[in-house]
Design a protein around this ligand. Structure first.
Ligand code: ADP
Ligand code: MG
Length: 606
């Protein structure tokens, strides 16, 4: 038997689509307030909105006739039926209020701007409509109590208060971000958690101020401004620099024509723009506004209107990726320019935030190291800019000498040191003068040994520092090589090398031990894959570890080319402090001493 459904049943079914959780009610009601021209919106929540949601605004208000119509289905003041495709207001189906009222206890109190009288209308589960005169100052106040009381099955689907509240906060943040000219305040269980003042300046300035208020100062100091216009498409906003990231998607706010959206294409575009920069599990912070001709986007796909459909998704994807990438690369400068083949001398702040994109000069600053980082090897050294000031291969007992070295380098006084005072470099050899002769030292072999010893030591002490590469290295390999390397991913990460698969034919290396940050990474990875393809990993991890450290050391010594006198002296002092030198372990392979007596003997015998 075919039955005609009652109005309240139809509304409850519709509510199932539009109203999923307290956050959806907030979204619908606040959008109504904005459509009503409100400049101040106040939100009160109790028990994550499950108990009570009150939204009040200072908008145009409603007459008693409007109030009665508003809670009926398909009544709206907003839709121009001649022009269904061009929708500029938020609501347009006239579904929200009847849906909400069918599943809750609602009271709407409102005063039309030009009227002296206010009225309130209440309903319980969409029934027992009661309209009466009320005292109300300005605009509209909508109170929703006991949401879902009429649909116990849905009530059961609600998550914990914590999760529901987080969803409410997210919705409120997004609404506030997209309406910077409106003042918002919001409280939960009597505690205010958000209060922002409307800004009447031009849009971009107001948006910047609002982002600062909502997302925070740290983000504003570590971001790049997005600004790209192509035909009728405009992308505007701010995206975090690669050094600033979070462990959740919490602060990714994407808007299409000022509507908060959850859209796969946009999310993927953001993800791929950062693929080179961020490890999996780390998420950028972004506030992005995409403005597009309403004819090229369908916001009507889902009643809750957070999904959209683009007429040309590929174009949108590629524009977003390039807007983000361009912004990042022009704002993010790897200041670790190699000025000395030995690197790491002096103050080496890894990231430098050069040009501030904000008019306010208080945002200009130099960034001295990543803030929020998940390095497992040595958090401390990451967060402490001083970690970058340690000289290369600094052996603990050698600190005093290093300082002296930099000052006295020109009139060298190292003749009484075991390895003397450096005078010249000839290919792989350093010539240094001692008190009674000359030393010829193979610095390539020595630096390899030094590097090996230093890395070994830091691994033993659990103090290996690694460095996040500002421009991660993409290494192209065969599919087989990639599989082989990925098998060893975990072990390599313990050895300071963070590797991520990048498609089937490439790897991204995003982190490497600080000491060897300048080596030829391609060669390193290639060597490792050769080694691994001939060996079964897992048989002997120690042997593998040994091989990796040796390869680091080998590549390290290879990357050095020309040495300055002061660098040569630095290296000689480091060798003197090393345990292989102290233990006289193979030092004969590293240097030979030519005493003045030997020289004299040589000339005399001729
Ligand atoms: P829609 O927003 O799709 O039009 P709603 O059910 O959300 O449908 O609202 C129905 C109507 O009630 C709106 O078209 C508007 O005329 C009126 N209305 C709702 N909320 C407000 C408000 N806060 N201020 C003034 N009018 C409102
Ligand atoms: Mg609406």
């Amino acid at each position: 038997m075919i039955k005609i459904l009652s109005e309240s049943t139809i509304n409850r079914i519709a509510a199932g689509e539009v109203i999923e959780r307290p956050a959806s009610v907030i979204k619908e009601l606040v959008e109504n307030s904005i459509d009503a021209g409100a400049t101040t919106i106040n939100i009160i929540l109790e028990q994550a909105g499950k108990n009570l949601i009150i939204i009040s605004d200072d908008g145009i208000g409603m007459s008693p006739e409007d109030l009665e119509l508003a809670v009926q289905r398909h009544t709206t003041s907003k839709l121009d039926e001649e022009n269904l495709e061009n929708i500029s207001s938020f609501g347009f189906r006239g579904e929200a209020l009847p849906s909400i009222s069918s599943i809750s206890k609602i009271t709407i109190t409102s005063r039309l701007r030009e009227s002296s009288k206010a009225y309130s209308l209440s309903q319980i589960g969409g029934k027992n409509s009661k309209l009466e005169q009320a005292s109300h100052d300005l605009g509209t106040k909508t109170e929703i109590r006991d949401l879902f009381f009429a649909t116990p099955a849905r009530l059961k689907f609600l998550r914990t208060d914590k999760t529901e509240l987080a969803a409410c906060v997210d919705v409120i943040k997004k609404l506030a971000l997209s309406h910077p000219h409106v003042s918002f305040s919001a409280s939960h269980d009597n505690k205010t958690f958000l209060k922002v003042k409307g800004d009447s300046r031009e849009k971009n300035l107001a948006v910047q101020k609002r982002i600062l208020d909502i997302v925070g100062n740290d983000f504003m100091s570590n971001n790049a401004e997005l600004n790209l216009t192509r035909d009728t498409i405009n992308i505007y906003g701010f995206a975090s620099l690669p050094n600033y990231h979070k462990s959740s998607l919490e602060d990714q706010h994407l808007f299409v024509n000022n509507r908060p959206v959850k859209d796969k294409i946009l999310n993927m575009a953001v993800r791929s723009a950062y693929a080179d920069y961020l490890e999996s599990g780390r998420y950028p912070v972004i506030v992005l506004f995409l403005d597009i001709d309403p004819l090229d986007v369908d916001v009507n796909v889902h009643p809750a209107k957070s999904e959209v459909r683009f007429s040309d998704p590929n174009l949108i994807r590629s524009l977003i990726v390039s807007a983000i990438k361009d912004a990042i690369s022009s704002n993010y400068v790897n200041s670790n320019v190699e000025t000395s083949p030995l690197g790491y001398f002096g103050n080496k702040a890894k990231y430098s935030y050069l040009s501030s994109n904000l008019p306010n000069s208080s945002f200009n600053r130099t960034f001295t190291g990543p803030k929020d980082n998940s390095s497992s090897l040595n958090e401390q050294s990451y967060n402490n800019p001083k970690a970058f000031t340690l000289p290369l291969l600094d052996f603990p007992s050698n600190k005093q000498d290093n300082t002296a070295l930099e000052i006295t380098v020109d009139n060298c006084v190292y003749e009484n040191f075991a390895l003397g005072s450096a005078k010249a470099q000839l290919k792989d050899y350093i010539f240094s003068q001692t008190l009674n002769g000359f030393i010829v030292l193979n610095w390539r072999v020595a630096s390899e040994k030094l590097c090996y010893e230093k890395i070994k030591q830091s691994l033993n002490d659990n103090k290996l520092t690694k460095e996040r590469l500002a421009m991660p290295e993409v290494v192209e390999l065969t599919e087989e090589e990639i599989i082989t390397i990925c098998h060893a991913k975990q072990y390599l990460s313990k050895l300071g090398l963070s590797i991520k698969k990048f498609g089937n034919k490439a790897l991204i290396i995003s982190e490497i031990p600080t000491l060897v940050a300048k080596i030829n990474i391609f060669q390193l990875v290639k060597n490792l894959s050769n080694y691994l393809s001939n060996k079964e990993l897992g048989e002997d991890l120690e042997v593998f570890e040994e091989y990796v450290i040796k390869t680091y050391a080998e590549q390290y010594s290879k990357h050095i080319d020309k040495l300055s006198i002061s660098e040569m002296n630095q290296m000689l002092r480091n060798i003197e402090q090393s345990s292989f030198f102290k233990a006289k372990d193979h030092v004969g392979l590293i240097y030979a001493e030519l005493k003045i007596t030997d020289i004299e003997k040589f000339f005399k015998s001729n």
